[in-house]
Design a protein around this ligand. Structure first.
Ligand SMILES: CC(C)(COP(=O)(O)OP(=O)(O)OC[C@H]1O[C@@H](n2cnc3c(N)ncnc32)[C@H](O)[C@@H]1OP(=O)(O)O)[C@@H](O)C(=O)NCCC(=O)NCCS
Length: 152
């Protein structure tokens, strides 16, 4: 498996959009996308690919302010779920965001996925709420690197 950042409009970006459509948007009744969403130009986009360079998982990061960032649209292809692929992608993304100087990651987690984020170190922040017609919980994780282990 290979992790990477994607370029807006690239083949990997399009594959990620198709994955999001299939496993996140369609199940909640959203229409299929036929073009690259313009707002994604400002987002950071990350994917994980199999040995044939097919995107099997993806997530986007949206800067909130200088220190915090929100992850959205995290999904792993059904065929690859529960095999540690999501954990690998999330860990890569957290390292990248840490290197960029972010300190806090926020996620609006679908209720069914809360267990995954808890396993990867996120804490529930507040009560259940409804977003895109399904129950969610805000989750938060600090990715501050302790001074003692910062590279000199
Ligand atoms: C949620 C999702 C991203 C997790 O990715 P994944 O590759 O299946 O997860 P992993 O295999 O890396 O799991 C890591 C750990 O979390 C656990 N886990 C995974 N999904 C879980 C879930 N939905 N609930 C509870 N625990 C879960 C795994 O059992 C594993 O635990 P372990 O380390 O003790 O073995 C993926 O299942 C998915 O795409 N689901 C559908 C879309 C979705 O809900 N996305 C999230 C939107 S907020």
């Amino acid at each position: 498996m290979q992790t990477k950042k994607t370029i807006f409009g690239s083949s990997e970006h399009w594959q990620a959009i198709q994955l999001r459509n299939e496993f996140l948007r369609k199940p909640v009744g959203f229409h299929f996308l036929t073009d690259f969403p313009a707002e994604e130009k400002d987002w950071l986009r990350f994917v994980i690919m199999d040995e044939n360079d097919h995107v099997v998982g993806c997530v986007v990061a949206i800067k909130k302010n200088k220190t915090s960032v929100r992850l959205r649209q995290m999904v792993i292809h059904e065929k690859y779920q529960n095999q540690g692929v999501g954990r690998v992608l999330l860990s890569y993304v957290e390292n990248e965001l840490q290197r960029m100087g972010f300190e806090i990651i926020i996620i609006h987690a679908r209720k069914d996925a809360v267990g995954f984020y808890k396993k990867t170190g996120y804490k529930q922040d507040g009560q259940e709420f409804i977003e895109v017609s399904i129950p969610h919980f805000a989750m938060i994780k600090s990715i501050v690197v302790p001074e003692a282990i910062k590279p000199k």
